[in-house]
Structures are given as structure tokens and as C-alpha cells.
Design a protein. Structure first.
Length: 592
């Protein structure tokens, strides 16, 4: 059933309170113009007058169906994808002057296809946001986008612009963390605002509301999906929240923990530069991590009943199982090639256990042992884990891991109260993480001040287990998560699902299902069957009532088995071989 257009009275970026008529049709909707161009252009004058929102439409342009555009020579980015005929709308809402002379607004982009299927999709963001997004609704490599399927798609910068709001004195693109209102927009408020704008645009352009509404996102986009389910549960019928950053403030503490562990290892291995800075990226070669991957497979590959290069039963793959295999590969005597140093093994075990304070209390989560930590396909090493944790071995611009270059600015400027100024360069961010105190500094995630009346944890984390309203209105959620994800631990997501299951009397699977993807890194990639259509699965669940007992998946180029097909199973079920048929064929497996 379509969600009524409800505008909540909500602090200074409040939209006009009230709701649309039960039909959802706009009383002053655009009349039937003779062309898409005219209907599209008319949106510039309708939206503000119709909704009462403080909205400015800066672009409303009709596009003809297009072929893919080739990349510009020398550009590191791909070209524009092929798109169907549609109306593209770009605008902003609730512009204001904020702290330190910054002007903030909630930016959005929407694409309204001529051949509309009656559905609305909100495309989630990523990282610390700050860009409008393409509003195409990409849902996975090799799959048609939501726009291609006929969805009207909207995306947002979550209330700040990485270009205009970047302030070198306040850590560049995360300067918005020094402004409480911008934090609030990033955390939750912009989501409701943009969702309402999307519905208003749909009603104005098509003269009717969407029949069904969906959210699709990964990482911070996954967190946004969780926010909708928990805080704005009447907005979406179906949500796909991949690798959700729903515990991101504490995950940032884990990033500082990892940095300190690997820095100690670097010093023990005498890996420092001329300024005595520890060289995290040199602590493990790609060959070293290949040994780690082999140890994990030897310990856990067969736990699902089949030795096939996949750790299917990730919950059973414990440190107690893996450590003996790692120790079999440690160096003896003068041998220091083709083996792991005992100190490397100890560092890995410390990292996988997760951060603790001086009392031994867990500050985040432990991590899953999985084949995607290392290994290779042909001559190409899997680097999805190391690029986040320690950086690329070759160095260069990826000498510093993403844990440092993204994790430290987010932790210091966005997740800490009050925000902590740090010079905007990798060395300074490395120093910040190395000096982070897990007893005193972690408390700042939960702190408030007069200027910041809600803590970053309260604002940004989305770990509530009360999804009762979402459940009661018939909402459905799918949560795919890579077992080798180095950013957000699947164990944290698994425990959250178990808590939701307990809170709902053992009925969580009736409205929210977790699908582990063995081998997959953050959002995609790795030695994994990471090609799957979660959007099609959520549509079938919402509109046909068919709960996904399995999602068909296939392996991508980064696997050793590019034609392999396997089912992804809803946790706690595991894909198990039936005993007959090809192990490359999904139909030879059942979820048990």
C-alpha cells in the first residue's frame, strides 16, 4: 500500500505539517502537458507551492533515452551509463547559514522515467555523504538499475556538500561534524525530508502516488535503511540494507584499535620511515595474507559439509579453530619466507577479537575469519580487506589504509562530542588514532554538550531492536552482508538480528532476513558469489508475499570460479550440498 504523504513538524528544517488526500494525488498536480519536456519543466513551480516545503528546484530537464557514454580519456572514472527517457530534477531544501559561516542545504537529485512502473526507490548514500548521488539506483554489477526497471529514483547529499562545505581548518569534507544541525541532517533528518520530496515530485509528475516504495543502500546507505525502519517506519514497504553502518561510531573505535595493533607490529618488525612513522602497509605482504586465507580455509572450509573454497558456516569459524592453522604456518629458525612471524599471528588475533577497554569490556565486535582476508585469483591478489585495515603493500597514495584516511576524520569530527580538530593530512590522522584512549576517548561517543544536545551515538547509530511499527505495517527488510567485510563486522549484524528475533518472539524472519555472503568484502568484491538481485527479492516479498528462502547468486571476476552459482541463505541457515549434481550449480544446494 502506498505511504500517505506525511510531513512531520521537525525542528528548523520542518516541512509543512499535514498529509495529502487518501488518494495521494496532488490537488494542483501538473496538468497533462503535451510533452515530457513541459511536464518536467513545470516541476520547478509546483513543488514549493504544493507542499509548503522550503525547496528550490535548480534543474528540471527531460532526457531522451541514451546509450552509455564512454569514459573521458585519462579519467579514472567510468562514463555515464545508458539511461531510459526520464525527467531529471535537482534541487535543495532548507538552506541555512550554519556554524563557522558555512551555508548548508539538503541537496537531492531525482529521475522520473517516462515508462514508470509505479514504484519509488530511495537510493542510499555512502561514507560521510556530501554528494548528490546519481539517482540511477544501481543494485549490483551486471544487473539493470532501478531506473532501467522503471522506478522513480531519488538520492541526496544528506545535508552538506563536499565541495562548498569543505573547510581545511576543520578536516575538509567532514567539517559538517562541527555543526550540530548538519550532524542531525546527516544522521536522520535529511532522510525524511528527501523521502517526502520524492513523493511530492512523483505525485506532481505522474498525477498519482507510488504504489510501492523501496529503499536500497549499502554501508552508510545501509544505515540509512535501518534509520527508516526504526525511526520513520511508515516511509518504505521494502528495505535492502547491505553491510549496514548501523554501529558506525563504535566501528570507528575499532578502526583506531586496528591501527594501534598494526602500528605496534610495524615497530616490532622495524618497519618505520625516516620520521619514525610506522609503516602499517608493510606489516603483511600479499603473500602473507594468502597464507592467512589458506589457514582459514583449512580450518573452516569443510564446516558446511563441502570443501570448495567457501566458508559457508561463518558463525562456526572461530579463532580456536583458525589459530592452530595459522601457527602451522609460522616461521621456524632462520626461515622468514613463505611463513608468518609469530608476531603477525598475534596481531591478527588481536584485531579479529575487536577492541576492548582496560577492563576487557568489548567496545565494538569481533570479526569473522573468512577467505577474503587474503588470497588471489590467478595473478591478482584480493585487496578489499587490506586496503581498509593496513593499506596497499605497494604504497603510494594507498600507503595509508582507509581506516586512517576516512575512519579518523569521521571519528574525530563526526562521532566525537565535542568534535576534535585534527590537521587534514594522513600523518596527523594516523597520530590521532595512535593516541586514541579506549577508556576516556570512547566515552565521547556518548557525550553531550549544550551545543550538541544529542550524542553522536544517539544520532547516528541505528541499533534499536524495536521494529514493531515497521513490522505491523507490513514492512520487509533484507540485509546482505559480506563475511569478509573489513569495515562492519557481520558478527555485529548477526547479533543484532538475533536480538530482533528475541524481541519479536522468534518471528524476526517474518519481516527481516540476514543473508551472509561468504568471501565478500565491503558491499561487493572478493572471492565470493557476490552477484545477486536483492531488489527483485524484496519486491517479490513485499508485493507477492513470497519470503526469500534463498537468493540466487553467482561469482564475479574476483573469484576462482566465475561461473559458480550458489544460494545465499537467510541466517542461521547455511548452503549445504545435497550430495548430487555439480558443485558449480546452485540447484545442487539447499539452505539447511
Amino acid at each position: 500500500m502506498p505511504r500517505p504523504l506525511v510531513i512531520f513538524a521537525f525542528f528548523v528544517v520542518v516541512f509543512l505539517a499535514g498529509s495529502a488526500s487518501s488518494s495521494g494525488r496532488s490537488s494542483t498536480a501538473i496538468q497533462h502537458q503535451s510533452s515530457t519536456d513541459e511536464r518536467c519543466a513545470a516541476l520547478t513551480s509546483v513543488l514549493g507551492a504544493e507542499t509548503g516545503h522550503d525547496v528550490v528546484i535548480t534543474t528540471a530537464v527531460a532526457h531522451r533515452a541514451s546509450d552509455a557514454v564512454a569514459p573521458t580519456p585519462g579519467s579514472p572514472f567510468g562514463g555515464a551509463p545508458a539511461m531510459p527517457a526520464h525527467c531529471e530534477v535537482v534541487g535543495k531544501a532548507n538552506e541555512r547559514e550554519g556554524a563557522h559561516g558555512q551555508v548548508y542545504a539538503i541537496g537531492f537529485r531525482m529521475r522520473l522515467p517516462e515508462d514508470w512502473n509505479g514504484r519509488f526507490l530511495f537510493q542510499g548514500g555512502g561514507g560521510t555523504d556530501g554528494n548528490l548521488g546519481d539517482a540511477i539506483g544501481g543494485v549490483g554489477a551486471g544487473l539493470p538499475s532501478a531506473l532501467d526497471r522503471g522506478f522513480a529514483v531519488i538520492s541526496t547529499d544528506a545535508g552538506h556538500d563536499n565541495q562548498t562545505n569543505s573547510d581545511p581548518a576543520r578536516q575538509g569534507a567532514v567539517a559538517f561534524g562541527f555543526d550540530y544541525e548538519a550532524r542531525l541532517d546527516y544522521a536522520e533528518r535529511s532522510l525524511e525530508v528527501v523521502s517526502d520530496i520524492g513523493r511530492a515530485l512523483i505525485s506532481a509528475f505522474y498525477h498519482e502516488p507510488p504504489e510501492n516504495s523501496y529503499f536500497f543502500g549499502c554501508s552508510n546507505g545501509g544505515r540509512q535503511g535501518m534509520i527508516f525502519a526504526q525511526r520513520f517506519p511508515d516511509h518504505f514497504d521494502g528495505i535492502v540494507a547491505t553491510a549496514p553502518a548501523f554501529d558506525v561510531p563504535r566501528a570507528a573505535v575499532a578502526q583506531a584499535w586496528d591501527t594501534q595493533v598494526f602500528a605496534r607490529l610495524a615497530r616490532e618488525m622495524d618497519l618505520v620511515d625516516e620520521s619514525d612513522e610506522p609503516l602499517l602497509h608493510r606489516t603483511f605482504s600479499d603473500e602473507d595474507l594468502e597464507l592467512v586465507s589458506e589457514a582459514v580455509l583449512d580450518a573452516c572450509d569443510g564446516l558446511d559439509g563441502l570443501v570448495d573454497g567457501i566458508v559457508g558456516d561463518f558463525a562456526a569459524c572461530t579463532t580456536e579453530r583458525v589459530r592452530p592453522e595459522l601457527e602451522k604456518r609460522t616461521c621456524t629458525g632462520d626461515n622468514a619466507r613463505g611463513c608468518l612471524l609469530p608476531a603477525q599471528v598475534e596481531a591478527l588475533v588481536d584485531v579479529q577479537a575487536g577492541p576492548v577497554n582496560r577492563h576487557g569490556d568489548a567496545l565494538y565486535s569481533n570479526w569473522a575469519w573468512d577467505a577474503g582476508i587474503g588470497g588471489r585469483t590467478g595473478d591478482t591478489f584480493h585487496t578489499g580487506w587490506r586496503m581498509w585495515k593496513i593499506g596497499l603493500y605497494a604504497g603510494g597514495f594507498m600507503r595509508y589504509p582507509i581506516n586512517v584516511t576516512l575512519g579518523s576524520p569521521a571519528l574525530s569530527a563526526l562521532f566525537t562530542t565535542p568534535p576534535q580538530p585534527v590537521p587534514d593530512n594522513p600523518s596527523a590522522h594516523l597520530d590521532y588514532q595512535l593516541s586514541f584512549d579506549f577508556d576516556t576517548d570512547t566515552r565521547k561517543l556518548y557525550a553531550t554538550t549544550d551545543e550538541f544536545p544529542r550524542s553522536s551515538w544517539d544520532l547516528i547509530a541505528a541499533k534499536s531492536t524495536d521494529l514493531s511499527t515497521f513490522r505491523e505495517r507490513g514492512g520487509k527488510m533484507i540485509i546482505p552482508h559480506g563475511v569478509s567485510d573489513p569495515v562492519f563486522s557481520i558478527h555485529d549484524t548477526r547479533r543484532w538480528w538475533e536480538d530482533v528475533d528475541a524481541a519479536s518472539g522468534g518471528q524476526a524472519a517474518s519481516f527481516v532476513r540476514l543473508f551472509a555472503v561468504p568471501g565478500m568484502a565491503h558491499c561487493a568484491g572478493g572471492p565470493a558469489t557476490d552477484r545477486y538481485d536483492a531488489l527483485a527479492a524484496i519486491i517479490e516479498w513485499v508485493e507477492e508475499g513470497n519470503a526469500p528462502d534463498r537468493i540466487e547468486a553467482s561469482a564475479g571476476e574476483m573469484s576462482a570460479w566465475p561461473n559458480r552459482a550458489r544460494p545465499l541463505c537467510p541466517y542461521p541457515l547455511v548452503a549445504q550440498y545435497t550430495g548430487s549434481g555439480s558443485i558449480e550449480d546452485s540447484q545442487s544446494f539447499e539452505c539447511r
